[in-house]
Ligand binder design. Structure first.
Ligand code: ASP
Length: 312
């Protein structure tokens, strides 16, 4: 792994992988998504260009996307089968490999901030359900009525799913999980991911997002990874850790490590995407869906926002 060039920082974000295309996304929806991604990049960049930490940058970027009702995280999360919003989130610091996550959070405005509190203010890594909600109150994090998270469009999607009577969740529908990875000027990496999960999830289903090593991972010896997609496959493969392990132990480049793990994912029938960045400031993304909401910015002034697969 080449050493970090002092002052080099990078940020990559995603707003979910899925079946978006120029045919099924209106010009207005396309523009709204790009504006949301731009705002999240701005929030993270503001921290990194001041010499702030990768950890602060990924939290800030994810918070913007959680507050944006067009993404499936925080406000705008998809509904469970019972018509609730139950959110999962995780954050990890590559410098120390400290991590925190929450599953089935229902009242904290920004689940990623709750995940960070689990990391910094509890002896645990993963808290769930009522306990996670109670811990959030104890930590004086911003509480909202559960109605804050609900949007008419997500309710419509739940009804559509139920009308199909497939009894299954939205494996074919658009995803919208959000995530960020960053490298700071000190060469530390961090990752954060946040989601409402899958439309129509039930029986207390928890996806890959809050499982450290599945949907989220960061290690200064390798890279930071945030994933989106059909969580069950990401859990079975341990996608985020598997990619980081290949980078660390096999000395593979980010693209190569992600491609190797994705060929296994694709073979198993899993769909989704990842964003990655390394301590030297390189970043990459990969998805096997037609599209992934994504963006990146780095210290050299490069900045990209893209949705469809053919945007490079
Ligand atoms: N990975 C998330 C989950 O399975 C969903 C997504 O990425 O959209 O909960």
């Amino acid at each position: 792994m080449p050493a970090n060039v002092p002052g080099t920082w990078t940020l990559a974000i995603h707003g979910g992988a899925g079946s978006m295309s120029r045919q099924n996304l209106s010009a207005a929806e396309d523009a709204i998504a790009r504006a949301g991604l731009a705002a999240a990049l701005d929030a993270g960049v503001a921290i990194l260009e001041q010499g702030g930490s990768a950890l602060d940058a990924v939290e800030a970027a994810v918070k913007v996307l959680e507050d944006d009702p067009h993404f499936n995280a925080g406000r705008g999360s998809v509904f469970t089968y019972e018509g609730r919003n139950e959110m999962d989130a995780a954050i990890m610091d590559g410098a120390t490999r400290a991590a925190g996550s929450v599953a089935q959070s229902t009242r904290t405005r920004n689940p990623v901030t709750l995940a960070r509190a689990v990391m910094t203010a509890s002896p645990h890594v993963l808290l769930s359900g009522e306990g996670a909600d109670a811990f959030s109150v104890e930590q004086h994090l911003e509480q909202v009525d559960p109605a804050w998270f609900a949007t008419p469009e997500r309710l419509r999607q739940l009804e559509e799913l139920k009308n199909r009577r497939s009894g299954h969740f939205d494996i074919d529908m658009k995803y919208g999980t959000v995530g960020a990875v960053a490298t700071d000027a000190q060469g530390h990496v961090a990752a954060a991911t946040s989601t409402g999960g899958l439309t129509g999830k039930r029986w207390g289903r928890i996806g890959d997002t809050p499982l450290i090593g599945a949907g989220t991972y960061a290690d200064d010896r390798a890279c930071a990874v945030s994933a989106t997609g059909a969580g069950e496959y990401f859990i079975r493969i341990g996608v985020a850790h598997e990619i980081a392990a290949r980078v660390r132990l096999q000395k593979e480049a980010l693209e190569q490590a992600a491609a190797t793990v994705f060929s296994e994912l694709t073979e198993m029938g899993g769909v989704g995407g990842v964003i990655l960045c390394a301590p030297d400031g390189q970043h990459a993304w990969l998805f096997n869906t037609p599209a992934m909401y994504r963006g990146s910015a780095s210290a050299d002034g490069a900045r990209r926002i893209a949705i469809y697969g053919d945007e490079g």
